[in-house]
Design a protein around this ligand. Structure first.
Ligand code: AMP
Ligand code: MG
Length: 406
């Protein structure tokens, strides 16, 4: 009889559901708002004031009363942005006014300088104005009490600018998950050290730590553990002490030195140990107490693709992101694509917007040891299991994992 893993095979969607069922956003903390790029808001932000707070001139020109019609006005002063004097104008009067300066009392419109003439202290206009013309009115940009940012929003440049506009310098943000990474394998060595023949440089730990940072989390390196159950137990426990999430690389297959699954079962609960998924079938998910543990495969591509598909959404959800998943799009194949007969395959692709369509080419050989199949990829093509090649021109769903190319 063929030897099979004792772990039942779950589908990608079952695996995702099992993971997400164990994710609770971490608690929030108060942080400086204006340097919080990438952090996720833990509470709604409501504007404490109207922007602008007083009526202001939208252009350089003259503030006046619309009711005076086309009659020439006597110019009684000049108002600049940042000026504090509150000036009043009477019927038949106008002031020079610069963009952003508060409107004088009594004025209800302004006229841009391009539409005027000024001679001997008098203003001449050719165009009738309505009250409010060229005036930036109170609350026109933001109303007091308006909800401007919802909890679950990740802060980008525009959001940070908005907080600065409103004078909000402290915000509640979800804590950033601390994510520990442990490489395993007797053949695995530090990239900078001497490499004995046949040894493999540890690319997974560095790639995963970079991916963890990109996902908004704080990576912690646990180094490389030998294929020894006591060494690995020790390293896992040490990782759980410092982190919210632990990721291991290697040691989850069917080899006699693949010790991670039994160790996780000993220390906690394994929720799945096998996924109908390529590359990354032995990807394992466990919880130990309230900590999440992902056992990722050793092959570099399997490790990083499994991270992208299963771990990244969990890391985004842990920090309260309201949209933790990558966007799913539909792409047109620029070349034929052969499915894997027994498992849905996530092929690495480069997606371009061309002639009104999203066109996908694969990154070449999809072997799980070939990190070059991930280089430059901005998408994962979801190829269902099957025997029949998808011809060029057919469409398939894909996850957009990077920036769309032109
Ligand atoms: P394993 O899943 O432990 O059997 O590992 C499968 C293969 O992945 C190994 O033979 C190595 O070639 C490779 N591998 C394991 N760990 C790493 C790592 N940290 N970095 C790069 N390659 C690795
Ligand atoms: Mg190994």
């Amino acid at each position: 009889m063929l030897r099979e893993s004792p772990y039942p095979m779950v589908s990608v969607s079952e695996a995702t559901a099992l993971i997400m069922a164990h994710v609770q956003p971490l608690r929030s903390e108060e942080i400086d708002a204006l340097t919080a790029l990438g952090r996720v808001l833990a509470s709604d932000v409501v504007s404490p004031e109207d922007i602008p707070d007083v009526p202001k001139s939208a252009m350089d020109g003259y503030a006046l009363r619309a009711a005076d019609g086309l009659a020439p006005r006597r110019i009684v002063g000049e108002l600049t942005a940042g000026g504090t004097a509150t000036v009043a104008i009477a019927p038949g009067e106008a002031t020079r006014i610069m963009t952003g300066a508060p409107m004088p009392i009594g004025a209800d419109a302004m006229i841009p300088v391009e539409l005027t003439e000024e001679r001997d202290g008098m203003l001449y206009i050719q165009r009738e104005l309505k009250p409010g013309d060229y005036v930036h009115s109170v609350g026109q940009d933001v109303r007091r009490g308006q909800m401007v940012l919802a909890a679950g929003t990740a802060l980008g440049a525009a959001e940070i600018g908005l907080l600065a506009t409103l004078g909000i310098t402290r915000i509640a943000a979800y804590r950033q998950p601390r994510v520990a990474v442990l490489a395993t394998g007797d053949e695995v060595v530090e990239p900078g050290s001497e490499r004995p023949g046949g040894a493999v440089r540890d690319s997974n730990r560095y790639a995963l730590m970079a991916a963890i940072r990109e996902a908004g989390c704080i990576p912690i390196s646990l180094g490389i553990a030998r294929d020894d159950i006591d060494v690995q137990r020790q390293a896992i426990l040490q990782g759980l002490d410092q982190a919210d999430v632990l990721i291991t690389s290697g040691g989850v297959s069917m080899g006699t030195r693949d010790l991670i699954k039994p160790l996780l079962a000993e220390l906690g609960t394994v929720h799945f140990g096998r996924i109908a998924f390529k590359p990354g079938k032995p990807t394992t998910f466990a919880t130990i107490g309230d900590k999440l543990v992902f056992g990722l495969p050793g092959y570099p591509v399997s490790s990083l693709v499994s991270f992208e598909v299963f771990v990244r959404p969990a890391l985004r959800a842990l920090q309260g992101d309201a949209t933790p998943f990558r966007p799913q799009i539909e792409v047109t194949l620029a070349e034929p694509v052969r499915p894997s007969p027994d498992r849905p395959e996530y092929q690495r692709i480069i997606v371009r917007y061309q002639e009104g369509r999203l066109l996908a080419v694969t990154t070449g050989s999809q072997s799980s040891s070939r990190l070059l199949s991930l280089r430059g990829a901005n998408g994962l093509l979801l190829v269902p299991a099957g025997e029949t090649t998808y011809p060029a021109g057919s469409t398939l769903p894909a996850l957009l994992t990077g920036q769309l190319l032109l």
